[in-house]
Design a protein around this ligand. Sequence first.
Ligand SMILES: Cc1cc2nc3c(=O)[nH]c(=O)nc-3n(C[C@H](O)[C@H](O)[C@H](O)COP(=O)(O)OP(=O)(O)OC[C@H]3O[C@@H](n4cnc5c(N)ncnc54)[C@H](O)[C@@H]3O)c2cc1C
Length: 483
Amino acid sequence: MGESEFDVIVVGCGIAGLSAAVTAEQHGARVAVLERAPMEERGGNTRYTESFWRMKSADAVSDDFEERFAANAGGWPDPGIVKDAVLERENQPRVLRSLGMVDPNLVATLAEEAPKALQWLQSFGVTFDFLPTYFLSQSTTRMGPVGGGLALIEALGGYADARPGAIRFFYETSARSLIVDDAGSVAGIRAMGPDNAPFDLFAPNVILASGGFQGNPEMLSRYVGPLSQFIRPVSRGGHYNRGEGVAMALDAGAAPCGDFGSFHAQPVDPRSTDIEPVVLTYAYGILVNDAGKRFTDEGPAMVDSTYEVVTRIIMGQRNGIAFAVFDAGLDDVENWSIAVRSRVPPFEADTLEGLAAAMDIDSDEFLATIEAYNAACPASGDFQPLRQDGLATRGVEPKKSNWARPIIKPPFRAWPMICSNCFTFGGVKVDERARVINTDGDPIPGLYAAGEVVGLYYRVYTGATSVMRGAVTGRLAGRDAAG
Ligand SMILES: Cc1cc2nc3c(=O)[nH]c(=O)nc-3n(C[C@H](O)[C@H](O)[C@H](O)COP(=O)(O)OP(=O)(O)OC[C@H]3O[C@@H](n4cnc5c(N)ncnc54)[C@H](O)[C@@H]3O)c2cc1C
């Protein structure tokens, strides 16, 4: 093994990597940061997010925080095994310590550490507030940094840039594999620099903060399945996340955690080049696929808590595309345009036949769909866009549970929608110190994971918790690795 010039190597410099690197430096460590992107594009997904945090104040997470994580835990874990999750981790049976699940201890750590992480970020000059979102109404509380994730990258990145003797960046350099010594401890990283030049970097601690595998079609196809050909990262930053962090940890014996077959799904306009060009108005109209047919309940509940499920159903439609169709009644929804982030104008026509032609879908099927839907809408009722109004269809499949009004009045408008991939859920298991746990339930000496590399979500994303996951696990890892 070579000489250790560094105490800690951090892979990736989004919120997780920068939180880890800066915290480690603040605790006296010499840090190397490897980053695939060039400096001007550093920051992965974090650079492009508005970065909402599921908080009710700077001092506390939302009231529904733990309840939502429990509700979104997915699957049917064996109660005979998970009952021991209440024990201290060292007293838990090995089979539980390495089990892929939503770990209540980790969720409790997140809840406890999120306010501290937020306040720590404030100490770098970032301001948090209750900022407007693209949801017309919200089922929880969210705060965000003024200036979004970019403000976090600039604040922490600026701090790190000012300390080149303590934190050294290697840009356009990707970590490829872990160097593990004969005692089973992590000893460094094998990396690929610019111009395909490999090199080794040594340190007794490695923090994997390189995001998920949303930018890796091979891993997506392997884990999410062939429908992943229809999805794309929601931002440019996601393309840099090619899954090496997850893969190298698994290769080193890490226990898998998080739902490998799933990801955070967001409905976007495929024509748009905007960041996160979501279309979140569909509950006030109908969704049809490119065969002209409805395929799901467009209004099961408030959009901010149901869009992910609906979006995954869009992924499963022929060609992975759908259209959100409206009549002039969309304008009854005050400020509806804040829920459409695509700046590409919708398809528009004065007749439904004309709209079908603009969407390039089968007109006869589309007209039959509208006729059946219109006939099933209630004849009257109190349309309430900002709450579940119970205006439901009757006698049509699939049912629409709320906001059902006939589509009759021109102009008719439609936005195309596909499923985008914000980040993948498959990652590795960590403990409350962000140490990576192996498949036998023991920490791998010197190995940490932070941010999207940490497996935390199953089936449904508990919204506005991923940036805080990055900040919290990054800080935990940086502190422990420097310690
Ligand atoms: C448009 C958008 C909106 C979002 N909205 C929210 C929100 O409101 N609230 C919320 O909580 N979450 C939100 N998210 C998700 C959240 O932003 C991310 O999950 C989170 O920022 C990820 O942080 P991270 O540090 O783990 O990864 P990233 O920020 O993606 O950073 C990973 C870094 O690792 C680098 N990298 C990758 N592979 C390697 C390698 N092999 N070697 C070296 N470097 C590598 C990448 O270049 C990148 O810089 C949003 C995401 C997007 C894109």
